[in-house]
Design a protein around this ligand. Structure first.
Ligand SMILES: [Zn+2]
Length: 466
């Protein structure tokens, strides 16, 4: 036997030893943790959760689970482990060329990658992107290959509106085209003519490729419900169907029905929710987007909210500008805005009570809604609308898995499911504000500690800071 052979044998003998003693970041054990499984409203105390190659391999009493020596071991004592959350109405940034010419493009350095990180850093391990572009298909691949830290991405194709799709012929092409391009759904913006919508509906049925988003005025919520929208977003079109029967001389509906708010009949809210339940159509309320845009607050003060340091300066200036414009709008009055927000919250509560599906979404990063952080506000607004913290958390976990038809892989913490989870220092079922207390995140089985998260957040703040 020559020396080389002996060396090989020696190395082979070492391999099993090396592979079971060196830490291996694909095996993670979270030890002594309280699990918030989200399969019902309960806490499983003193558990160890074992993760291998991105999958939850075992959950058991801490003294009954054997932790492989190669595992990264995380002390979960006093902490709460819940499924990763989802932003179901995201706007992952589009290419910089699509920004207004006068904006300083350099100020948006790595904005797309940083947005993806902000979601993960705040516990959001799934997003549905609602303003698709070919770049998002690439971005998704980079995340899947592990080149970027990001959530799992579902994405619409490039959105369609009354401006971009004006004819029945154009509408007929869209479902098959976007399906072939690799998108997951079609995003509808306002303004579709009724016949264009009907052509889109027929083509969607044929291609079995569906749409979500705004409800055009000529379509209306009842028809949208009948024709199987995947989701109605922003509660668009709902104010229009709860107007008092004797109301006449209605003004034009603007900004999701704000201009109609004086004509609303609150007793019709329940009926609207029942109609939604019967149809099986889901809603993504994006309530905080509306609340923030219409907030009577001084935009300079809003710009000082702690999460605004992660936003490129020109974008923040734009948000201030838009808010000032809103506040100087003739139809704007604090009284009307307060009633509008209250009616929308009653709608959210009624949808939940009737069993119509709600999905968590905040339209991030649009005006004042920063990825992740705005969704904490969104969850709080659901609780303030009358949902329990558990019901609110379902909108971002189990409801999402049901909607995406991935209940075998996601939504709850169970053996065999994806290891997309967030570790918190407080119980989110007791107080919804505890979702903000992130101690670490696991996405696709990769552990990000609080220290790593804070370091990268610091870099982002530095990148965009003044
Ligand atoms: Zn949007």
């Amino acid at each position: 036997m020559n020396r080389l052979c002996i060396l090989y044998i020696f190395i082979f003998l070492l391999i099993p030893y090396l592979s079971c003693t060196l830490p291996d970041d694909s095996t993670i054990a979270i030890v002594n943790v309280n699990v918030v499984p989200m399969d019902s409203e309960r806490i499983l105390t003193d558990k160890t959760v074992l993760i291998e190659n991105g999958i939850i391999r075992a959950i058991g009493k801490s003294d009954q689970i054997t932790i492989p020596t190669k595992a990264i071991s995380i002390n979960g004592a006093g902490k709460y482990l819940m499924p990763g959350l989802a932003e179901m109405h995201a706007h992952i940034p589009t290419p910089l060329e699509t920004l207004p010419d006068e904006w300083d493009k350099e100020a948006f350095h790595k904005w797309d990658e940083n947005v993806l990180f902000l979601y993960v850093a705040t516990g959001f391990t799934t997003v549905r992107n609602m303003y698709g572009d070919p770049m998002h298909l690439e971005l998704r691949k980079r995340v899947e290959r592990g080149e970027l830290i990001g959530p799992r991405i579902w994405t619409s194709g490039p959105p369609i509106s009354g401006n971009t799709v004006q004819t029945v012929e154009q509408a007929r092409e869209i479902p098959a085209e976007q399906k072939a391009a690799g998108y997951d759904l079609i995003k509808i913006l306002p303004g579709l003519k009724r016949e264009v919508y009907e052509a889109l509906y027929e083509a969607a049925k044929e291609a079995d490729f569906w749409y979500a988003g705004h409800v055009s005025a000529e379509v209306g919520v009842p028809r949208a419900l009948e024709t199987g929208y995947l989701t109605i977003d922003h509660l668009d079109g709902y104010i229009e169907i709860i107007i008092a029967d004797d109301a006449d001389d209605l003004p034009a509906s603007m900004f999701f029905g704000l201009t109609l708010i004086d004509y609303v009949d609150e007793t019709k809210i329940k009926e609207a929710a029942q109609l939604t339940k019967e149809s099986g159509v889901w809603n993504v309320p994006t309530q905080v987007l509306i609340e923030f845009m219409l907030s009577g607050k001084d935009p300079e003060e809003m710009a000082r909210w702690h999460e605004m340091k992660y936003v490129p300066r020109p974008l923040l200036e734009h948000w201030k500008h838009v808010t000032r414009n809103f506040q100087s709008w003739p139809d704007y009055s604090q009284e009307r805005v307060d009633r509008f927000i209250d009616i929308r919250r009653q709608l959210i509560k009624a949808l939940n009570d009737e069993g119509a599906g709600i999905l968590l979404g905040a339209d991030t990063p649009q005006w004042w809604v920063v990825p992740g952080f705005a969704l904490y506000h969104e969850l709080r607004s659901y609780v303030e609308s009358g949902l329990t913290p558990y019901e609110a958390l379902k909108t971002g976990t189990t409801n999402v898995a049901r909607f995406l038809e991935i209940t075998d892989k996601a939504g709850t913490i169970e053996q065999g499911k994806w290891a997309d989870m967030v570790l918190l220092s407080g119980n989110p079922l007791d107080d919804i504000a505890n979702v903000e207390k992130v101690e670490g995140v696991i996405v696709r089985g990769t552990w990000l500690s609080k220290e790593e998260i804070e370091a990268r957040l610091g870099e982002i703040a530095e990148m965009y800071g003044e």
